[in-house]
Design a protein around this ligand. Structure first.
Ligand code: ADP
Length: 483
């Protein structure tokens, strides 16, 4: 349980937000700290370099002017060299043109020969100063050549070099101090950032939490939700809310229609049973019932059984149609023959009702269909045309096709369907006139079966009707079945 809680928290948006913000904050703080420290170090070294160089140049001029290279007895220059050495915490050496050290403020290498790369370069560098920063050993080495500046540039001769090496330990100490301060600052910032981010992430994820609570309320029916979800803080939550509401109302509709269907089924199945019970009871309740009455009542009971049977058969057909389209048994069928067969079977009923039944085929049609299901669908349409007709009426059936679809049109001269009933006729158990339909033997399931069968074939059905004049159903089915 605890493990699950931890896992849920780690996977939560809140945790991820905190993690991302903290990471961005800490990494950027780190980068800024390193960048600033490096920039400071560079700048401090360069400032010190410039300082030493300018001091070195002033000194160089004085050395050249006083001829210190040839005679190091000048106390003033010696004192200046010592001062420079002390101020900058470094060592100053004067080297003459024979690479001999004629003055060393550390007094370690006086009179020794020094032939380092920089010194040689400095002698041949035509009066250029050289500066090097050794970051690893932390010192700056500056070489200032001693040149007669009043001579012509081509005749300027390097008579010696001042070599100043200065430690940069103090810069490093400063960097270290700044680094520590920055670290403390960074830790304080990280704590503050954490507090802000936690607060923010709670705020940001609040609408989602509300959303989940609201859905739960809708689901359980508790709380003050009015059955719709509307969290409009963000575009995303608004979109999810809208989608949820759509789905929910569709589910509600499906549930309502399922409930209605179940109650309709029970009612429809109960009606013939009730009639049978009334008939049976009235027979049982009488003594010396004449045989004719028995026969009469038994005939009625037989009719009710037949009706019950019809309803059950229609229901079974409908259930079959409700199943997925993979239940279709698709074969290549000659539609002309199929429709002719249907008409042949219905002709006796039509004749009984004195309704003229006419078929008009415009071209031979072969299509990939489920013959049983489509036969049932078209039979229902033509049967309705016959059933809801007038004496001496007619039903015209026509079959046509183009390169993509075939079309069946069932046109009748019957009683028609009222305008406001048109949108309901495909509903299960819907009948325009219940008593009339019952009389005729309708169950209200025929058109529902028809429509399902046609939709399973990816087809379409349309109805046009004028009350008192007649009804026309048009059906369009693809010639090739698309799975
Ligand atoms: P039923 O088994 O009652 O015929 P259907 O689902 O086939 O049920 O039809 C639903 C209702 O639509 C019928 O009860 C009838 O009122 C009406 N209807 C269907 N077809 C026609 C038609 N061709 N002419 C007039 N009314 C029709």
């Amino acid at each position: 349980m605890k493990k699950r809680k931890i896992r849920d928290f780690v996977r939560s948006l809140k945790f991820r937000l905190i993690l991302i913000c903290m990471m961005v904050g800490i990494v950027s703080g780190h980068v800024i700290r390193i960048g600033i420290l490096q920039a400071y170090e560079k700048r401090a070294v360069s400032v010190r370099n410039i300082d030493i160089l300018s001091q070195g140049k002033i000194l160089a001029n004085q050395i050249v002017d006083t001829g210190y290279v040839y005679d190091t007895s000048s106390e003033a220059i010696t004192a200046q060299l010592e001062q420079l050495s002390q101020i900058y915490d470094g060592r100053v050496m004067i080297i003459d043109s024979t690479f001999r050290i004629i003055k060393d403020t550390y007094d370690l290498d006086t009179n020794k020969i020094i032939i380092s790369e920089e010194v040689v370069k400095s002698f041949s560098g035509k009066g250029r100063e050289i500066s090097n920063y050794d970051a690893r050993n932390r010192y700056i080495e500056t070489l200032v050549p001693l040149v007669y500046t009043d001579a012509e540039p081509e005749q300027q001769e390097v008579i010696g070099v001042i070599l100043i090496s200065v430690s940069t330990d103090y810069i490093e100490a400063n960097v270290e101090y700044l680094r520590n301060r920055a670290l403390i600052f960074q830790v304080v910032m990280a704590v503050a950032l954490f507090a802000i981010v936690v607060w923010l992430s709670v705020r940001i994820t609040r609408p989602l939490k509300r959303m989940s609570k609201c859905i739960e309320e809708i689901q359980t029916g508790y709380g003050d939700s009015d059955g719709t979800l509307m969290i409009d803080e963000y575009t995303e939550t608004m979109q999810v809310s809208e989608k949820f509401n759509k789905l929910y109302s569709r589910m509600k509709m499906l549930d309502d229609s399922r409930q209605e269907f179940v109650s309709n089924v029970s009612h429809e199945l109960k009606t013939p049973l009730t009639s049978m019970k009334v008939l049976a009871d009235s027979l049982n309740g009488q003594d010396n019932v004449p045989v004719e009455l028995y026969r009469d009542f038994m005939q009625d009971i037989g009719n009710e059984i037949e009706r019950e049977n019809k309803i059950i058969n229609d229901l079974l057909s409908l259930v079959k149609m409700d199943k997925s389209a993979s239940d279709l048994n698709i074969t290549s069928v000659n539609i002309n023959e199929m429709v002719e067969q249907i008409l042949k079977r219905l002709r006796p009923i039509a004749e009984k009702q004195h309704v003229e039944l006419v078929l008009e085929s415009f071209r031979p049609v072969t299509a990939e269909i489920d013959e049983v299901k489509l036969t049932l669908a078209i039979t229902n349409l033509i049967e309705n045309g016959i059933k809801y007709n007038k004496e001496e009426g007619w039903v015209h059936v026509s079959l046509n096709a183009d390169h993509q679809y075939f079309y069946v049109k069932v046109d009748d001269s019957g009683i028609g369907i009222p305008k406001d009933s048109l949108e309901h006729i495909y509903e299960r158990f819907y009948r325009v006139d219940k008593s009339h339909s019952r009389e005729i033997g309708g169950t209200g399931l025929g058109l529902a079966i028809t429509r399902n069968a046609i939709l399973m074939h990816r087809g379409a059905i349309k109805v046009f009707s004028t009350e008192g004049e007649g009804t026309m159903f048009t059906v369009r089915i693809p010639l090739n079945y698309i799975a």
